[in-house]
Design a protein around this ligand. Sequence first.
Ligand code: GA4
Length: 333
Amino acid sequence: MVVHSQSAALDHCSLIKTCKPTTSVFKGIPVVDLRDPEAKNLIVKACEEYGFFKLVNHGVPMEFFTRLEAEALKFFNLPQSDKDKAGLPDPFGYGFKKIGSNGDVGWVEYLLLNTNPQITSLKSLTVFRETPEIFRSSAVNDYIQAVKRMTFEVVELLADGLKIEPRDALSRLLRDEKSDSCFRLNHYPPCPELQALGGRNLIGFGEHTDPQIISVLRSNNTSGLQICLRDKTWVSVPPDQTSFFINVGDALQVMTNGRLRSVRHRVLAESMRSRVSMIYFGGPPLSEKIAPLASLMAKGEESLYEEFTWWEYKTSAYKSRLGDYRLGLFEKK
Ligand code: GA4
């Protein structure tokens, strides 16, 4: 991987990393049918092996996807000055190329939103009235509500499969009205200049793990999402615009004392097609202690991690660079 500054052709993509297009398309992504009586066991197996799976037959109407995708594109196609009215992402708002506040960049623009009523994600009511329509449309809220409901079911199945007691030990954290969850709409614009670089790929969103409990992604039919397998090879996830892709986050890794592993993933931009993705990040309330769940611990088993609250982890995560191994700071020596 190199940082490109030499190519004049890549002027507006400059400073963003590229990598060789060597990654293979992975045919082995676990697929879970939410209505399969075996779903709970399949979810556990997938989360143990990959920290990642594709969810089909999930019950969220396709219409919710298409409506939100259309609204998102309407927003991302606005003149820059209109998009800027959403305010910078600190933490909620509109961002372009800059990811987080510690120098990470990617070929991406995005909206970061609170999953509680949208109005709270905006700085003030006056700004809200002037902001683009996406904040007033019901497409975002309808989508978030439906995806949340489905995610609660998924984590309850996971808890069942892992024999966690009570069954709602995970879902109650996401259902909590103080749950620190968020929602992200990403737009990876096409970058035709890439072809001048002999087919290299442009990093849209650099490699990282998600800090939360669970992340639920849906995208349009473009490729770009890649995951890192246990043997450290990167593989491309074949796109499927009708399904969800679900990631184990760092907090769930800790709550299962490392039995489930958060998956490293990244997104590459395409040269000709624009990618749109929508991700719900389910997190616990800020004051919640993040520690291995008692019902999962074998007799005499010790926690691999120091105890911390979600607030402490999140604060530390926001001080880190995107690709850092954030849990390292909390592992017992
Ligand atoms: C990764 C997962 C979510 O997209 C996110 C990201 C956040 C951001 O974009 O502001 C972070 C990143 C994410 C982890 C490390 C920090 C914070 C960018 C970054 C460099 C919204 C989140 O919660 O953590």
